[in-house]
Ligand binder design. Structure first.
Ligand code: ATP
Ligand code: MG
Length: 343
């Protein structure tokens, strides 16, 4: 059978050793729904890069191309310690590509799959770095739109005070908005809708506060082991993001101080106006609240979640069964909560 030798044939072995736009492909790092990422050598500068080749159908979509070109330029212009530096973005043989810094490590998706729920200190360390990257992007007028564990790369940090160095990647590459506007063809993989903000779903204008919402979904998953909303099908999930009350964080993580519930509730508010103005403000509030002794703060109400008065709002989702609740013993040395895997 003849081999498809296009730069996005889907058979990694076909591309290993090949040269594309001045890069020699060395090995496959991983693949998502619309791209394959390779470790490659930039032959001009003799340096290792991560080369992302996007699915050819994306290059044929004019809206996507325009945004890809614009947003890769803006992202390349942001010099930030927690944003993966983009070296070059372009097109060759009808395939869009991005060359960026090769980050040695795993993404947060892998980390959560391997470790399960993480200690609150690790979560605030990791998302604090993501938050500073997002706020910097917002200052440049760039909204990420696809904040999720797979786009958060976790590399080794410098010392025990900074155990991990975190990079945010994939600006402007969301396919969710494409699929929601009908671009996706039948059978094409549609990415996860676990982190999508209500205003993205309803097609309202988005700003940095949609990234606050998605980051809060990531925080929930990192602490509990599952995103705030899980439903049997995509329509039900989209409905939940728009109208349902998220579960209380401390039901699943009783080791975390109760005021953290109100912080998560505010970050997950249905209306952007009811959320934190910035990602760093959200993470700072979480850090403070999660370590505060439970005091006079009331448990969050429907007002906090911004769903009060919604005639479509059904009863709050039931609490997870007791057997599903992870147990997080406190470290005798630090008093910090530990996941079973981190001990
Ligand atoms: N700069 C990089 N350095 C090292 N690995 C990377 C880099 N960028 C992406 N990766 C890895 O490549 C893999 C594929 O990434 P890709 O963005 O295509 O998929 P994804 O984000 O997991 O899913 P989706 O298609 O839904 O966006 C991921 O495992 C990711 O961790
Ligand atoms: Mg990605």
């Amino acid at each position: 059978m003849p081999h498809d030798t296009s730069p996005h044939s889907g058979r990694p072995s076909d591309l290993i050793g090949r040269q594309i736009a001045g890069y020699r492909i060395e090995s496959e790092i991983g693949r998502g729904g619309m791209a394959v990422v390779y470790r490659a050598k930039d032959l001009r500068l003799d340096r290792t890069v991560a080369l992302k080749l996007l699915a050819p159908e994306l290059a044929r979509n004019d809206t996507f191309r325009k945004r890809f070109t614009h947003e890769s330029r803006v992202a390349a212009a942001i010099d930030h310690p927690h944003i993966v530096p983009v070296f070059e973005a372009g097109e060759t043989d009808g395939v869009l590509y991005i060359a960026m810094r090769y980050v040695s490590g795993r993404d947060l998706r892998h980390l959560l799959d391997r470790e399960g729920p993480l200690p609150i200190a690790a979560v605030t360390r990791i998302v604090g770095q993501v938050a500073s990257a997002l706020d910097a992007a917002h200052d440049h007028g760039l909204v990420h739109r696809d904040v999720k564990p797979g786009n958060i790369l976790v590399a080794q940090g410098t010392d025990s005070d900074h155990p991990e160095h975190v990079y945010l990647t994939d600006f402007g590459l969301t396919k969710k908005s494409l699929s929601l506007t009908g671009f996706t063809t039948v059978g094409q993989f549609v990415g996860t809708l676990d982190y999508v903000a209500p205003e993205q779903i309803s097609g309202r204008p988005v700003d940095g506060r949609c990234d606050v919402y998605s980051l809060a979904c990531v925080v929930h998953e990192a602490l509990v082991g599952r995103p705030p909303f899980q439903r049997d099908d995509d329509m039900a999930l989209l409905w939940a993001h728009q109208y349902d009350l998220p579960p209380r964080l401390t039901e699943a993580r009783p080791d975390i101080a109760a005021p953290a519930d109100a912080v998560l509730a505010r970050a997950l508010a249905k209306s952007p106006d009811d959320r934190y103005d910035s990602c760093l403000a959200f993470v700072a509030a979480l850090r403070t609240a999660a370590t505060r002794a439970p005091a006079t703060d009331h448990p969050p109400t429907e007002m906090d979640f911004g769903v009060a008065g919604n005639p479509h709002h059904p009863d709050p989702p039931p609490a997870p069964p007791r057997w599903a609740l992870p147990v997080f013993p406190r470290s005798p040395a630090t008093g910090e909560a530990r996941s079973p895997q981190s001990s």
